[in-house]
Design a protein around this ligand. Structure first.
Ligand SMILES: Cc1cc2nc3c(=O)[nH]c(=O)nc-3n(C[C@H](O)[C@H](O)[C@H](O)COP(=O)(O)OP(=O)(O)OC[C@H]3O[C@@H](n4cnc5c(N)ncnc54)[C@H](O)[C@@H]3O)c2cc1C
Ligand code: FES
Ligand code: FES
Length: 493
């Protein structure tokens, strides 16, 4: 048992410290705000993390101190908020009811019509302005990937954001209170385990990673919840019971990122946002993929550990990580073991993870000098969409121009993320030229028998997979490949 067990969650909501002793594992932040606190400025659009109408800021104490990030309240559970600061749109106006400059800019530039998306958009722009007050247009667009507006058209919203660019944020409420909130959150984070029993099951927040290991030994069937960008939808869309739920988002020990000569190690709790710098430094060709995972809110919550542990055949990180030769470290009790990531995925819905075992970290080896690496995501929309196919290619050429080594992995082509070993074999030892590539393309038929579903037909998947190898080849020849974007839906192809 840990030193102390607390039976209430404590966090700050706008200016109020909240103590809750009846937190059901499935209670979402959105329901809590709207139904219990009557803070109805935060809207519900899709309840699946897609539209951004429910965007709020959550301040958390991480390795870099107190950081405020936008999150989707609809798929964020209250159980994950211990020692956090939740900021809703109601916190923005000043005591005299004057609009926040960002709200005023949205009014001045006609950035709102029906207004349903507006609080979410304001919170996204507010989060950006706190982090980067002089953001350029590209950064603003990236920030709004996860905010859908049906009426205004984005120009007016972008104009409002542009008007804010470069303005001084030093007098802003959250900047002024930064130290005091940091102090308060540090007091709230007392290292105890939180355990709350409710009629709908247990909510548990471990006090440390050792405590997590102990909890999972005691409750091997518990649902581990990291960023909840998958688990949230099990609840809001499929009404699943996730009790007992163990919320690990607070564990700073799981949020470490280390980089050395051999590669990058990401703790299982590292979010996409936190990993971005290390990933784009270490493997520059991965940066584009990273920016296409979810929207900003999803990247602020979702973890690479969760993407792997979920075991989905269409998760975006396993194909590139398998192609790079990543290794996964798992922990059960006090025992850890490390396996090749590709061996973790056994079959659809089946991973090499024992009851009570959890993902501790993933190691991504540095790309050896001379190796070429690329990853391509094919989806119906560019932004905020799940892959129909995601393919990663790594190749090394010998001095005589033949392929010395090739590692190719795909998502969306089988029941698990999987290597294309027949294609690899067709390449290795042969000259790296168009004839070899054309022959190797046919070998995808031996590696994969894809399915038809609403993301893409089997034929489309197979054709685009083959073409991606060709694209990789052409890019290694210095030919920029122009990607033609079809308006036609993939299902029609
Ligand atoms: C709007 C939206 C867009 C999305 N877009 C993409 C996309 O473009 N590409 C993509 O790949 N995914 C996408 N996703 C899916 C999701 O964001 C990712 O799979 C994400 O990485 C999951 O991480 P998480 O921390 O939120 O996991 P959670 O939802 O918390 O957990 C996912 C699974 O992993 C388990 N788990 C989590 N951490 C651990 C651990 N340390 N040890 C053991 N088990 C663990 C959980 O029990 C659960 O089974 C999207 C989701 C949403 C809502
Ligand atoms: S309600 Fe649509 S993202 Fe939350
Ligand atoms: S103003 Fe109506 S959805 Fe954006």
């Amino acid at each position: 048992m840990p030193d102390a067990v607390r039976h209430e969650l404590r966090f700050i909501l706008n200016s109020e410290v909240v103590h809750l002793n009846d937190v059901a594992p499935t209670l979402t932040l959105l329901d809590y705000l709207r139904l219990q606190k009557r803070l109805t400025g935060t809207k519900e659009g899709c309840a699946e993390g897609d539209c951004g109408a429910c965007t709020v800021l959550v301040g958390r104490l991480g390795p870099k101190g107190l950081v405020y990030e936008t999150v989707n309240a609809c798929i964020r559970f209250v159980g994950s908020l211990d020692a956090c600061h939740v900021v809703t749109v109601e916190h923005l106006a000043d005591l005299n009811g004057n609009l926040h400059p960002i709200q005023q800019a949205m009014v001045d530039f006609h950035g709102s019509q029906c207004g349903f998306c507006t609080p979410g958009i304001v919170m996204s722009l507010y989060g950006l302005w706190l982090e980067t007050p002089n953001a350029d247009a590209a950064r603003v667009e990236k920030t709004l990937q996860g905010n859908l507006c049906r009426c205004t058209g984005y120009d007016a919203i972008l104009n409002a954001a542009e008007a804010m660019a470069g303005s001084d944020n030093s007098g802003d409420k959250l900047v002024v209170t930064h130290e005091a909130i940091t102090q308060k959150l540090s007091e709230l984070r007392d290292g105890s385990r939180v355990e709350i029993d409710t009629p709908s099951g247990k909510t548990i927040v471990p006090g440390s990673v050792d405590d997590l290991a102990e909890i999972l030994e005691a409750y091997p069937k518990a649902t581990v919840v990291a960023g909840s960008t998958d688990v949230g939808l099990w609840v809001t869309k499929h009404m699943h019971d996730i009790a007992p739920a163990v919320f690990i988002g607070n564990l700073v020990e799981l949020q470490t990122i280390s980089e050395d000569e051999s590669g990058i190690t990401l703790g299982a709790g590292v979010t996409y946002t936190d990993a971005f710098d290390a990933i784009s430094r270490g493997i520059p060709t991965m940066g584009d993929l990273w920016d296409r995972i979810g929207g900003e809110q999803v990247r602020n919550m979702g973890t690479v550990g969760g993407n792997i542990a979920n075991g989905s055949p269409i998760g975006d990180t396993p194909p590139p990580l398998i192609a790079l030769g990543a290794e996964l470290t798992l922990q059960k009790g006090a025992t850890t073991r490390t396996i090749a990531l590709e061996d973790f995925f056994i079959d659809y819905g089946k991973q090499d993870r024992a009851p009570g075992e959890f993902v501790r970290s993933v190691f991504i080896p540095k790309l050896p000098a001379g190796d070429t690496f690329a990853v391509y995501k094919i989806s119906k929309r560019r932004d905020e969409d799940i892959s129909a196919v995601c393919g990663a290619f790594r190749a090394r050429l010998a001095d005589d121009g033949t392929v010395e080594d090739a590692r190719i992995a795909f998502g969306g082509m089988a029941a698990t993320p999987k290597r294309a070993k027949a294609v690899e074999q067709a390449l290795v030892g042969n000259a790296w030229n168009e004839a070899t590539v054309d022959q190797a393309m046919a070998a995808f038929e031996q590696d994969f028998t894809p399915l038809t579903d609403w993301r893409a037909s089997a034929e489309y998947r197979m054709l685009s997979t083959k073409n991606l190898l060709k694209r990789f080849y052409l890019e290694t020849q210095g030919q920029a490949v122009q990607v033609v974007r079809h308006e036609k839906s993939l299902a029609e192809v």
